[in-house]
Design a protein around this ligand. Structure first.
Ligand code: GDP
Ligand code: MG
Length: 166
């Protein structure tokens, strides 16, 4: 089984951290600074009969200049070509304009979108439930998966969900 998964989300939600964890080596560029991951970086996850190609898609968030517009177009094309989209958010932050911008870009999208709530190590279950409801109201997500990319919580389950889906 194999397939392609595009990772989208605002800067600093943990996309590169996730990529590095599942790939097991530093492929994505990790940084605290926004806009440092400029290229479409692919990482291949292989486990027995499963192979998933992850595509970091940094261009999908709100462009600040012309180069940004071009990157958004590339990113939107990528989203139509993959088997699944992973929309990563930060459990520690509520729904904001950055998320709204991305969801607006998904309106004509037909690829299934999985909501991945990252950094659950920073919140309590009580805080997580209202956050999940808030996002559920905005888009018909295929599934909602809370994880901690940094600590590894639930990452294996996420990989199982994706390999079953693909
Ligand atoms: P990206 O911009 O979406 O690629 O985000 P990065 O992977 O560069 O992560 C941004 C910051 O969030 C870094 O300081 C990471 O160490 C931190 N981070 C990523 N995942 C987690 C997590 O699960 N928990 C916590 N507490 N921090 C995280
Ligand atoms: Mg990054």
């Amino acid at each position: 089984k194999s397939g392609f998964v595009a990772i989208i989300g605002r800067p600093n939600v943990g996309k590169s951290t996730f990529m590095n964890r599942v790939i097991g080596q530093k492929i994505a560029i990790m940084s605290d600074k926004a806009q440092t991951t400029r290229n479409k970086i692919q990482g291949v996850y292989t486990d027995n009969d499963k192979q998933i190609v992850f595509i970091d898609t940094p261009g999908i968030h709100k462009p600040k200049h012309k180069l940004g517009d071009f990157m958004v177009k590339i990113a939107e094309n990528t989203l139509n070509e993959v088997d699944a989209i992973m929309f990563m958010i930060n459990a520690d932050e509520g729904y904001g304009r950055g998320d709204q911008y991305i969801i607006d870009r998904l309106q004509s999208n037909k690829t299934p979108v999985f909501l991945v709530i990252n950094k659950i190590d920073l919140v309590t279950p009580d805080e997580l439930l209202p956050l999940i409801q808030q996002y559920k109201d905005k888009y018909p997500f295929q599934e909602i998966l809370p994880i901690s990319a940094l600590e590894g919580n639930n990452v294996e389950h996420l990989m199982d969900v994706f390999t079953d889906f693909l």
